[in-house]
Design a protein around this ligand. Structure first.
Ligand code: GDP
Ligand code: MG
Length: 297
């Protein structure tokens, strides 16, 4: 089902009692401009969270620091409500000097932890708003070489604070072999630098089907994705979300063409609740401990 996002499956991921309240989920996107971040968010959630934007005239003044822009939408599917917030970080990697351009992003993530801690410490803790970032999609430029220093530095600085999900952007610009080789090099870099990326949980008592699913998803990381919010016609007459080329159509929702479906499974259909839990139980807890220790408590 093409338009089905999949968060209607959330009640199966969590206890019924949180279903009534609806769900909050915050995803952050990071990567150089033009890598297809806004398009992919629209494609993932089947909304136009980001309307098409007119290109900046060359004379327009460009900001010289990374901005943090957050945008929310209430979406509903089969009676399940999701308050989705996407945190965009325009400017990342776009400057002549990109030293420390991860810094405002870490600060933003920690400010969200701070706001949560502050709410937890209130007398009335009934209405806690969870603005913490539950997942960070990191867009890697499809160079076909390996990670750039800025990629490694960003992930090294962020991996203890947020669930990192690395993505190879615009995978339709690489051949299948190039994608496979690039993935292997990216993974080797990630391992070498001891960067922790989010992993599909495999519990001991899990059934075989769930284990197989987790394995299958993990085998695709870093997800090589193609985004498109337009419908195109395939040579055999189907209307699909995709990108049309003289040599054919790349289909977003076709697992033979790219890893979009697996990424959506990771982020929305199967592990959204796990991403939230890991954020709360591990990332937030570690940050809180660090903070209290640094205050000498
Ligand atoms: P952002 O700056 O990272 O948010 O990038 P946008 O989503 O605004 O996309 C920049 C340009 O890349 C637009 O012209 C998109 O149509 C195009 N684009 C987006 N996703 C893809 C993709 O997967 N493959 C290709 N070839 N182009 C894409
Ligand atoms: Mg954008």
């Amino acid at each position: 089902l093409m338009g089905f996002v999949g968060f209607a499956n959330l009640p199966n991921q969590v206890h019924r009692k949180s279903v009534r309240k609806g769900f909050q989920f915050t995803a952050m996107v990071v990567g150089e401009s033009g890598l297809g971040k806004s398009t992919l968010i629209n494609t993932l959630f089947n909304t136009t969270l980001y309307p098409p934007k007119a290109p900046l005239p060359p004379s327009a003044e460009r900001p010289s620091t990374v901005a943090i822009e957050s945008i929310s939408a209430d979406i509903e599917e089969n009676g399940v409500r999701l308050r989705l917030t996407v945190v965009d970080t325009p400017g990342f990697g776009d400057f002549v000097n990109n030293d420390e351009c991860w810094k405002p992003i870490v600060e933003n993530i920690e400010a969200r932890f701070d706001s949560y801690l502050e709410q937890e410490n209130r007398v009335n803790r009934q209405k806690i708003v969870d603005n913490r970032v539950h997942a960070c999609l990191y867009f890697i430029q499809p160079t076909g070489h390996s990670l750039k220093p800025i990629d490694i530095e960003f992930m090294r600085q962020l991996h203890t604070r947020v669930n990192l999900i690395p993505i190879i952007a615009k995978a339709d610009t690489l051949t299948d072999e190039e994608v496979a080789e690039f993935k292997a090099r990216v993974l080797a870099d990630i391992q070498y630098h001891k960067i922790h990326i989010f992993e599909a949980p495999t519990y001991e008592n899990e059934d075989e089907e769930a284990l197989a699913e987790a394995k299958e998803i993990m085998s695709k990381i870093p997800f090589a994705v193609v985004g498109s919010d337009k419908l195109v016609k395939t040579p055999d007459g189907r209307e699909v979300r995709g990108r049309a080329y003289p040599w054919g159509v790349v289909e977003v929702d076709n697992e033979d063409h790219c890893d979009f479906v697996k990424l959506r499974q990771m982020l929305v259909r199967t592990y959204m609740e796990e991403l939230r839990e890991y954020t709360n139980d591990v990332l937030y807890e570690n940050w809180r401990t660090d903070k209290l220790l640094s205050m000498g408590v």
